[in-house]
Design a protein around this ligand. Sequence first.
Ligand code: GTP
Ligand code: MG
Length: 148
Amino acid sequence: MEKTFLMVKPDGVQRQLIGEIVGRFERKGLQLVGAKLMTIPVELAEQHYGEHKGKPFYDDLVNFITSGPVFAMVWQGENVVELTRKMMGKTNPKDAEPGTIRGDYSMFVSKNIIHGSDSPESADREVALFFNENELVTYDKLINSWIY
Ligand code: GTP
Ligand code: MG
């Protein structure tokens, strides 16, 4: 089953949105297979956001994501990468539709509440960056037969 890396950013943790965000993915029918509250070391932030190095907002992005605890998660489900990107909404909350996480809860591009992998390849890379194999669980949810 496809997996993705999702993370409630420091602004979402401070704004007490962890439960709301986890609840949306649970109610959709996705399955949580790993989660932890952590403060990201600068080196990990630089690896994670390596694709943005050199962009004008890069330093602010690394400073922000390391500024306080994040809630890092791995979720699985059919087509989970594309689906969760849709549920998150556009990067800039000004363009994000109501009903999406960013559309409902955020106002400004650098404080947009949540990160989600943008392709199955980045999902594999990001899951491996943030989680050890033994931090992910494999289990059957009986309710899956009512979902698929
Ligand atoms: P992530 O899921 O966080 O990776 O967002 P994304 O994939 O929707 O966007 P992208 O990877 O292009 O950018 C990563 C993050 O950098 C965004 O979530 C924003 O918080 C921030 N960011 C992107 N573009 C800008 C910008 O033009 N200005 C500022 N200040 N921040 C930006
Ligand atoms: Mg991105």
